[in-house]
Write a protein that binds this ligand. Structure first.
Ligand code: 4AD
Ligand code: MG
Length: 465
């Protein structure tokens, strides 16, 4: 018999028919006469109840139906008498496809801690929580592609191995085939990269932006969506060493267009989550974050507050003067710490905030320099509970100014000559931004730790699975 997914069976349209369902046992309970098996196949957070009349099945078979086992069940779909489900399946045949030894299967009881589940990341997709998260992750990917596709953006694939440090921050993972134990050296003692695979130093990319800009200057509007890598040793609940980033880049956009795009885009994503992930979001809200749904709706309601960095510092200084304590210093020129960002969003304005025009020293070399010579046309979108969710800017379109900024920030000409070329040939104003996919997922799932919104998190000293 052809398998039907549980999400379809629960719609109830097949009541009365013979069906086949396949999935994994969540629980088995019952009495001397009958066993009730909660089966889940990943198509939905909801389980299907399988009712097995013990007169029809051997004790040996029933004993193998333990939490985690994989089953194939034939039977009639019927309206359920019991509470908690609308339909159930009256099993006529059960095949145990794979047993799960209850002595060793780690997911026995409900209510494992998220910390424990991280230690069994290979099995945590079997839990309701991670099933919900991975389905939402999928839906958010579709939301993103849909948004850009419908607006004529071209999905552009930036390379993962790169010879340039896009952010100029020097936090890259090196890619090499040279033997670490016996590195070939030149006469002056330096590494002989001529013998390396690419005959030059290379790394995993921190951002697809530089390549994305090349495409935007021909295709008009593009976006990348792929993995990016940062070897920053920040063991926080919002940093990963491997994360996914969405980077739109648009020719002829200035920073205001860029802000409009960022706000519209992220609202689209949040709306999509409410429209397409309702059951999963409700489950996560119930178990982890009672205010989740209110927070999602709240972001959709009001326009984001837009302000300059200088205004932001003033607000923070006033807060300090009024007695608000911050761990990190507040002064013009300092980078905003997460506590500052969250003060602006959660306490002062009580809505998402877009901060623009940062001091040039704390931002990347490619951001357009303002006429004041001190600030650049960068923008960060700050979200409740998250802090920075998007970082972007209008780009420096002037060849000489860009070359100078790269030099000042120590980005070598030999690495980015090709990037500079875009300002020599047909340069034009353009702008773009990067959305951290896992930060978006933190927001829409209500999870508190970024390790719980990516299947196999990479963080300092952690790449087991
Ligand atoms: O602000 P960032 O560093 O900006 C860029 O990479 C630009 N090239 C983007 C662009 O203009 N095209 O990173 C963008 C976003 C951040 O706002 C944050 O959401 C996320 O990427 N992000 C991280 N997410 C998880 N772990 C990390 N270590 C992250 N670093 C940045
Ligand atoms: Mg940033």
């Amino acid at each position: 018999m052809k398998r039907t997914k549980i999400i379809e069976l629960l719609r109830g349209e097949l009541v009365g028919q013979q069906v086949n369902v396949k999935g994994w046992v969540r629980t088995r309970r019952g009495n001397k006469a009958v066993a009730f098996i909660a089966l889940n196949d990943g198509s939905t957070i909801h389980n299907l109840q399988v009712v097995a009349d013990l007169a029809n099945f051997s004790d040996e078979l029933i004993s193998k139906i333990t939490t985690g086992a994989a089953l194939s069940v034939d039977g009639q779909l019927v309206s359920s008498q019991g509470q908690g489900q609308s339909v159930e399946i009256q099993a006529s045949q059960i095949e145990v496809l794979g047993t799960a030894d209850p002595q060793t299967y780690p997911l026995q009881k409900k209510g494992h801690s998220l910390e424990f589940l991280r230690e069994i990341a290979h099995l945590r997709p079997r839990t309701n929580t991670f099933g919900a998260i991975y389905r939402i992750r999928h839906q958010m990917s579709i939301a993103i592609h849909t948004y850009f596709h419908e607006r004529g953006f071209i999905y552009f694939h930036a390379p993962i191995i790169t010879g340039s440090d896009a952010e100029g921050a020097g936090q890259m993972f090196q890619v090499t085939t040279l033997p670490l134990e016996a590195t070939p050296r030149l006469q002056d003692g330096s590494v002989d990269y001529g013998q390396d695979f690419f005959a030059r130093p290379t790394s995993l990319t921190v951002s697809g932006q530089l390549e994305g800009e090349m495409a935007a200057m021909a295709l008009g509007a593009i976006y990348t969506f792929g993995p990016t890598f940062r070897a920053e040793n920040s063991n926080t609940a919002r940093h990963l060493a491997e994360f996914w980033m969405i980077e739109p880049e648009v020719a002829f956009y200035d920073i205001n267009d860029n802000m409009d795009l960022a706000e519209d885009f992220i609202k689209h994503c949040v709306r999509w989550a409410l429209d397409h992930c309702w059951d999963d979001i409700q489950f996560l809200s119930e178990h982890f974050d009672k205010e989740l749904i209110d927070r999602l709706r709240f972001v959709l309601e009001k326009p984001f507050k837009r302000m300059t960095y200088t205004e932001g510092i003033e607000v923070l200084e006033q807060a300090k003067a009024a007695g608000r304590k911050f761990e990190f210093p507040v002064y013009w020129g300092a980078d905003l710490a997460s506590e500052h960002e969250r003060y602006l969003v959660e306490e002062h304005y009580q809505r998402p905030v877009i901060v623009t025009d940062y001091p040039k020293e704390i931002k990347s070399f490619y951001m357009k320099l303002n006429d004041d010579g001190k600030t650049v046309r960068g923008m960060d979108v700050l979200f409740p509970k998250i802090g920075e969710i998007i970082g972007g800017s209008e780009r420096e379109a002037d060849y000489e100014k860009l070359r100078l900024r790269a030099e000042e920030m120590g980005v070598p000409d030999k690495d980015i000559w090709w990037y500079l070329d875009s300002r020599r040939y047909g340069t034009a104003p353009h702008a773009g931004f990067g959305l951290g996919f896992e930060r978006l997922l933190l927001f829409v799932t209500g999870m508190a730790n970024i390790r719980d919104v990516i299947p196999f998190p990479r963080t300092p000293r952690n790449a087991e699975f």
